[in-house]
Design a protein around this ligand. Structure first.
Ligand SMILES: CSC[C@H]1O[C@H](OP(=O)(O)O)[C@H](O)[C@@H]1O
Ligand SMILES: Nc1ncnc2[nH]cnc12
Length: 293
């Protein structure tokens, strides 16, 4: 197995990762276009860390315009094997209160029109995302949260909406009625693309609000979301620092199969593959495409 490299995607309110040593900024070119920002690459203890703010520094990029493919591609090029997404989310359960971290394990995709695959005409592939979160990575995050005495729960379903507007009351009640736990605007297609790129993925959903369903709370607004996040920023940093401190040197096999998701995924016969698309797939799928010829 390869050297383990821990990627961190910072969501709303998290545009930096203090505490990195040997820090350098690297602008990595991607055939998929412009990523959200330069990568900040450094170390926490012995662990190599690659940080990317999802919305860019200064939060200039809305959820619908994030180039998720470029982001995952440059993280792959930087050697990231395990990726932790930090994400602000609204809650559909009274017991999932603002300030709590939820280690979700399922996603529902309600986005529209986002480029959600690296593959396409000229190289068709179908990976499984039945279990989109890496259980071993989640276990390590849970251990880090426990060690830091952070309030968290394990498990939950996060629905991703298109945004940028928050939900109507009818939508909010519908998602709650369907049994979803949380809502955000960015987990999809990020999680799907990470799986295609054979990067192990996990989300730390940081509850910031009750969306608009809760009778004792008003409609969600950005100011209160950011206020909760600022109050929690230190917790997120402690979580990442502890996770990094206890991270293995070598990549671990993922019980959900993220380390070899492409083994049997590509269905296009070699002689029918488009060389231009293959060239763009060099980082995310080079392992299987060069091996298969
Ligand atoms: C600032 S509130 C809405 C915004 O916050 C979340 O972003 P992220 O997932 O990057 O933390 C949510 O998905 C929306 O993009
Ligand atoms: N209520 C909400 N809906 C969608 N995305 C969010 N991010 C944080 N809170 C949210």
């Amino acid at each position: 197995m390869a050297e383990a490299v821990l990627g961190i995607i910072g969501g709303s309110g998290i545009y930096d990762l203090p505490g990195l040593t040997d820090l350098r900024e690297e602008r990595i070119e991607s055939p998929w276009g412009e990523p959200s920002d330069v990568l900040r690459i450094g170390r926490m203890g012995e662990t190599k860390i690659v940080f990317l703010p999802r919305h860019g520094r200064g939060h200039a990029i809305p959820p619908s315009e994030i180039n998720y493919r470029a982001n995952i591609d440059v993280l792959k090029r930087a050697g990231v094997t395990d990726l932790v997404s930090l994400s602000a989310c609204g809650s559909y359960k009274a017991e999932l209160y603002p300030g709590l971290f939820v280690l979700v394990d399922q996603f529902v995709d309600r986005t529209a029109g986002r480029a959600s695959s690296f593959f396409g005409k000229g190289c068709v592939a179908h990976v499984s995302v039945a279990h989109p979160v890496g259980p071993a990575l989640q276990e390590r995050i849970a251990a880090a949260a426990t060690a830091e005495e952070l309030p968290f729960v394990r498990g939950g379903t996060l629905v991703t909406m298109e945004g940028p507007q928050f939900s109507t009351l009818a939508e909010s009640l519908t998602y709650k009625g369907l049994g979803y736990d949380l809502i955000g605007m960015t987990a999809m297609p990020e999680a799907k693309l990470a799986r295609e790129a054979e990067i192990t993925y996990a989300t730390v959903a940081m509850v910031t609000d009750y969306d608009c369903w809760h009778e004792e709370h008003g409609a969600v607004d950005v100011a209160s979301v950011i206020a909760v996040l600022h109050a929690n920023a230190d917790k997120a940093r402690r979580l990442v620092a502890r996770l990094a401190a206890d991270f293995p040197r070598e990549r671990e096999a993922c019980p959900a199969g993220s380390h070899n998701a492409l083994d049997f995924a590509v269905v296009t016969a070699p002689e029918h593959r488009d060389p231009k698309l293959l060239a763009k797939l060099d980082a995310v799928a080079g392992r299987v495409l060069t091996a298969q010829g």
